[in-house]
Design a protein around this ligand. Structure first.
Ligand SMILES: C[S@@+](CC[C@H](N)C(=O)[O-])C[C@H]1O[C@@H](n2cnc3c(N)ncnc32)[C@H](O)[C@@H]1O
Length: 461
């Protein structure tokens, strides 16, 4: 049966599920703070409320509604869900070490976009979330969904019903050069973004772009400002709805290796036009955290949620490099940190009651089960384990005053330029319990707690 006949039923079933969720708001899964990263209060006061969550976004939205009183408080929600492409996606991890010559990149699975139960189930999954995110938006709030030719036309029909046709603001075409070509079709070189408002009083700040004059020559019209660059003469006009932005290139500094990562420039345009500094922006299919990265840069608070270990690790590392302050939440997913080999030294400081505590990473020994690659790639990992195991870590952080509950590190070390800091020191009087949290290249995370019994000694808790 053609999908057109199923759309009303998809909408009604999703509405029923949404109503059931709202009626049972007190129930649902809890999310717990796992790590609280606090760098200096950044400009514009954005930060303290930013959240990175690992888990299913439906459960997380329910949690936010139940515990964080979030309805009506988000200014911008951007969603970049799987596109119904029927493909599986990898993350590309390039491990480099002078001790392991010419190691090939490894490609652990990032996420699946395969829907064995068909397109109806996929659309129902989206639709329930559309109903819920509408409730999360402020009265001036905006919603963007990022899709492509696979399903965008069906989703437009569903969103017109949920947000109202009158609140459909734009179809934005993101045009890029990368990707394949077809022999029996024109090469597919764009994604489609649908932009809706919650009400007619939505916030929107038009952006400007260059518009080159015909022949790149000056017009010299009275009262019109004209400018010149290396291409020629242009004026500044309100931005149009076709955006030519390159995909994140292999050598780009923003590249995380996470499949289907979107460019920060694309997200910056959406954030700048639909939110003000200090406001809250959210992405419930967050992947490597592109919305979070762009929001942080622009002084907005952010929420990013993803179900995957690799996505969460990628976003954690990215936001740590950006010195962002945020809470990582989830269902207490850390393993115990036996695989982390550490050395801890405690030196009393003469004539004071203080001591210098130094934690040094010595090695990393993941168990077989936590290595999610097969064949040749597994051999590459084993070679790294033998020669330079710390290359397998992406991030670690140290809380010298662990309260037994929340890991709130004073120091965090993302791997940068293929190298990770190995030593961390702190001077203090009351350092007695230290927690060390680490994340490896596969997204496995672990927490190790050390009790300092007496000067010069440390033991596992
Ligand atoms: C297209 S990718 C997002 C890429 C992201 N915009 C970026 O720039 O990296 C879609 C993401 O949705 C996540 N995802 C799929 N189903 C989810 C669910 N139910 N809850 C949370 N995340 C989900 C996948 O793990 C994947 O990372």
């Amino acid at each position: 049966m053609s999908l057109i006949f199923s759309l009303p039923a998809i909408l009604e079933e999703s509405r029923r599920e949404y109503k059931k969720i709202k009626e049972n708001e007190e129930q649902g899964k809890d999310f717990y703070p796992v790590e609280q990263l606090c760098h200096n209060e950044p400009e514009h006061g954005a930060a303290a409320e930013s959240i990175l969550a690992k888990g299913d976004n439906l459960e997380f939205i329910q949690y936010l509604m139940r515990e964080k009183d979030i309805e009506g408080r988000i200014q911008l929600i951007y969603m970049d869900p799987p596109f119904y492409s029927k493909a599986s996606y990898d993350a590309v991890i390039k491990l480099k070490s002078p001790l392991v010559p010419q190691a090939p990149a490894i490609k652990p699975a990032a996420y699946e976009d395969v829907w064995k139960t068909g397109i109806e189930d996929y659309l129902r999954m989206l639709c329930v979330r559309f109903f819920l995110v509408k409730d999360l938006l402020s009265e001036e709030g905006c919603f963007w969904v990022h899709l492509d030719w696979h399903v965008v036309h069906y989703v437009k029909i569903l969103l017109d019903e949920i947000f109202g046709e009158k609140n459909f603001i734009n179809e934005v075409v993101w045009n890029y050069k990368s990707g394949g070509t077809g022999k029996r079709n024109f090469s597919r070189k764009h994604d489609t973004l649908l932009f809706y408002s919650k009400t007619k009083n939505y916030y929107f700040q038009p952006l400007k772009e260059k518009s080159y004059n015909r022949g790149y020559k000056p017009y010299r019209f009275k009262g019109v400002n004209e400018y010149k660059d290396e291409m020629g003469w242009y004026t500044m006009v309100n931005m149009k709805d076709v955006w030519q932005i390159d995909m994140v290139g292999r050598t780009s500094s923003e590249r995380t290796g996470y499949a289907t990562q979107k460019p920060e420039q694309l997200l910056s345009r959406i954030i700048e036009s639909c939110s003000r500094k200090g406001e809250l922006c959210a992405d419930f299919f967050g992947g490597s955290g592109t919305l979070a990265a762009a929001a942080e840069q622009l002084g907005r608070r952010w929420i990013s949620c993803d179900i995957g270990d690799l996505a969460t690790a990628s976003c954690l590392k990215r936001m740590s490099v950006k010195k962002s302050s945020f809470t990582l939440m989830g269902d207490r997913f850390d393993r115990e940190g036996e695989a982390l080999l550490l050395d801890v030294e405690v030196e009393p400081i003469e004539f004071t009651a203080k001591k210098l505590v130094t934690v040094t990473l010595q090695g990393y020994e993941p168990d077989e089960k936590s290595i999610p690659v097969k064949g040749e790639e597994r051999e590459v990992i084993k070679a790294f384990c033998r020669a330079d195991s710390l290359q397998l870590l992406e991030y670690w952080s140290v809380d010298f005053h662990y309260d037994g509950n929340m890991h709130s590190p004073e120091f965090s070390f993302p791997k940068e330029k293929d190298s990770i800091e190995k030593t961390c020191s702190q001077i203090g009087q009351s350092i007695s319990r230290i927690s060390i949290r680490a994340v490896d290249v596969f997204g496995n995370s672990m927490l190790k707690v050390l009790e300092l019994d007496q000067p010069g000694m440390a033991s596992d808790c």
